[in-house]
Write a protein that binds this ligand. Structure first.
Ligand code: SF4
Ligand code: SF4
Length: 667
């Protein structure tokens, strides 16, 4: 997974857009400005809040994961900033944690294992490799300080040697800012419940392990557990807590756990309600930010659970797909002219400003070939930091035109126009090519590449041309396209032909897989600018090798590429198929909004609704057409029984595609 480079400021802004007053009062929220003052520009791979669920006070400790280079072989360090520390203002001194899973194992490292393995019996695989001597030699002194590392090393080796094979160190931490200079926090994860207490007993934890097990037993039905203990010079100290992990990605499982905490008095109903809301916040599309609960922690002392905490997370990575759309469109498709109507320049500019205000990051322009203000529009995009893509659709060749591509294009789309557009700084071009001999499209791709522009070609597959895939790939590659977008099974403005059949789709999928393998390109069906592709390192094209991607509209081909087993098929979430109203929407040349350029006007919102929904955000949130679209895909009857049903979402603007031939045969 690719590291998303987001600053702490981006996470704080996201938090302010989604206030949780039951958990953070105004004073706490305002005090986060002190975190921003010190760490605002720091690249952060996730942020979080430590919430005391039973405490009526409404403040949190703030957690952030940042890059570091002080400790060798460890990429990130977690800061846990106490509320008192960031409330006070001035320099912040966080508690520090490192995840052992971040450790880049060196070739010379030998992995130590728990004592259980030494007797030669076959053991269940550990959750993560236990760290070896080399790890502690290399990491402990710079992390904990030479003195503390020397003092605690013997105890550390002793308690680690007693770990059973199902356990491993998850995290180590220092809390020097709390005055705890001589101890090390150990977070040890176990898969088996009984092993937690057996290990505590074996290492000489100074408490009653039986009483502890009994007090915590109502929370036994979880997937894994991580015990928190502090290690001092004389061994493990009494203070302890248990982190519980389950499928917290699933909202209903989280709801159930919160309800149990509320029943036992460990969570105030107001805080429980806030947690339920938090996990249901619709993610931001681009940059991607998802909210979740990382884990719950139950603190224990003297025979009872004394406190429950929840660790709320803002993650720049996709943890689950339980959402139907992004909070705002990641992209707006803007139709500048449709042959009859032209979008007035001032209206286009007003919508760009609206995009900026609503964090819509990409604008894809259609119909710009004969649109005089296009250069000025692109300049505004650049100034506002909006990513722009110009779509060059198929040009009708003038009667009796023949010869070079340039002659076949309308005058507006001549070399000088293409050069001017590239010079204006459009971020990319998407050139529709009809076939491997489409001279006009191939010429436009080559001219734009000469100018150093980022060019993608798009080709539509029918039953009649499906066998041309290899030839089209060769032609687009030779012309200089960086990416070939294969599309199909959606409406066309230029008429079209019959959809490809089952065997043709299967053959295309095999050919694409083989192409990726042959060229050392990681297989990906995502367009490289899509939010999910940006999160997936594997989708980055290798230099000089053209990437083949499948447009999300052509969902059956994406589904075929993923394979018949729904558990292994990665074609899931918003980008598994039709994305209209989920990740993007359209502004038509007549100034109306629509889910997609191909959306039938008869299915759009009625005139009254359109009048009420004139703002981009209002349309995105309240359009009945969009809301229905987000639901429809989940209940489509004609696909029932197809092995790709859960991994495919075909075009909803084109009835011909449902059910598609391939799927019927696969039932
Ligand atoms: S029947 Fe439906 S689910 Fe199956 S591949 Fe066709 S469109 Fe997709
Ligand atoms: S409705 Fe969906 S699948 Fe159909 S053309 Fe529009 S975006 Fe593509």
């Amino acid at each position: 997974m690719k590291m998303q480079e987001l600053s702490a400021r981006a996470f704080l802004a996201h938090l302010r857009r989604h206030p949780i007053p039951e958990i953070m009062d105004e004073e706490c929220l305002a005090a986060l400005a002190n975190v921003e003052a010190q760490f605002g520009d720091t690249i952060t791979h996730g942020a979080g809040l430590e919430v005391r669920l039973g405490n009526p006070d409404r403040f949190v400790d703030y957690v952030m994961c940042v890059d570091q280079d002080r400790i060798p072989s460890v990429k990130c360090i977690w800061y846990e900033i106490d509320y008192a520390d960031f409330l006070r203002g001035g320099e912040i001194s966080p508690c520090l944690f490192i995840n052992t899973s971040d450790y880049k194992q060196e070739k010379t490292d030998k992995m130590d294992r728990g004592a259980g393995e030494e007797n030669g019996t076959k053991q269940e695989a550990p959750l993560a490799p236990a760290m070896g001597k080399e790890f502690w030699d290399r990491v402990l002194p710079p992390f904990a300080g030479e003195k503390r590392a020397t003092r605690l090393r013997g105890q550390l080796d002793r308690v680690l040697a007693m770990l059973p094979p199902d356990a491993t160190i998850k995290q180590i931490g220092t809390m020097s800012s709390r005055g705890e200079l001589d101890i090390l926090r150990l977070v040890i994860i176990f898969r088996k419940w009984e092993n937690v207490f057996a290990w505590l007993r074996d290492v000489g934890w100074p408490g009653d392990t039986q009483a502890m097990e009994q007090a915590l037993s109502p929370w036994k039905e979880s997937q894994s557990y991580a015990v928190n203990v502090d290690l001092g010079e004389n061994g493990v100290l009494e203070k302890t807590g248990l982190e519980v992990f389950d499928r917290w990605r699933h909202p209903l499982i989280v709801d159930k756990f919160i309800a149990r905490l509320e029943e036992t008095g460990l969570c105030l109903p107001s805080k429980g309600a806030a947690l339920r809301r938090w996990i249901r916040i619709t993610p931001d599309g681009d940059p991607f930010i998802q909210t979740l609960i990382s884990y719950f922690k139950l603190n224990y002392a003297k025979g009872r659970v004394t406190e429950a905490k929840a660790y709320l997370e803002q993650s720049p990575y996709i943890h689950h797909h339980y959402f139907s759309h992004y909070e705002r469109p990641a992209r707006l498709d803007m139709e500048l002219a449709d042959g009859k109507t032209v979008l007035p320049e001032e209206r286009a500019l007003a919508r760009l400003r609206e995009c900026k205000e609503n964090r819509v990051s990409t604008i894809r322009f259609y119909g710009g070939e004969n649109y005089e203000p296009l250069e000025r529009i692109l300049q505004v995009c650049r100034k506002e930091g909006l990513r722009s893509e110009i779509v060059l659709t198929r040009q009708k060749a003038p009667e009796n035109a023949e010869g070079t591509g340039e002659q076949n294009l309308t005058p507006r789309l001549g070399r000088s126009w293409l050069e001017a557009m590239a010079a204006t700084g459009a971020d990319s071009f998407l050139v529709d090519m009809e076939s491997e001999t489409d001279g006009a499209a191939l010429w436009a791709i080559a001219v734009l590449r000469e100018q150093g522009a980022d060019v993608r070609a798009r080709w539509r597959m029918y039953a009649a041309n499906a066998g041309k895939l290899a030839a089209v790939v060769k032609a687009a590659d030779e012309a200089g396209a960086k990416e070939l977008v294969v599309t199909g099974m959606k409406p066309s403005r230029h008429g079209g032909g019959k959809s490809p059949g089952c065997e043709q789709i299967a053959t295309a999928a095999e050919w694409i897989k083989e192409y990726c393998e042959r060229n050392g390109v990681a297989e990906s069906t995502r367009e490289k600018e899509s939010p999910e592709a940006k999160l997936n390192e594997n989708s980055a094209p290798q230099q000089d090798v053209m990437q083949i991607v499948v447009e999300s509209c052509f969902s059956p081909l994406r589904a075929y590429l993923g394979g018949k087993d729904p558990k292994r098929n990665g074609n899931r979430g918003i980008e598994r198929g039709c994305e209209a109203g989920c990740s993007f929407m359209v502004l038509r040349a007549d100034e109306s909004f629509a889910p997609c350029l191909y959306w039938p006007r008869k299915n759009a919102d009625n005139a009254e609704g359109r009048q009420a929904l004139t703002g981009l955000a209002a349309y995105w949130e309240h359009s009945p057409a969009l809301q229905a679209l987000r639901q429809n895909g989940e209940n489509r009857v004609p696909c029932a029984g197809c092995c790709y049903e859960r991994r495919c979402l075909p075009c909803q603007a084109w009835e011909e595609s449902i059910p598609c031939g391939p799927c019927v045969e696969n039932k």
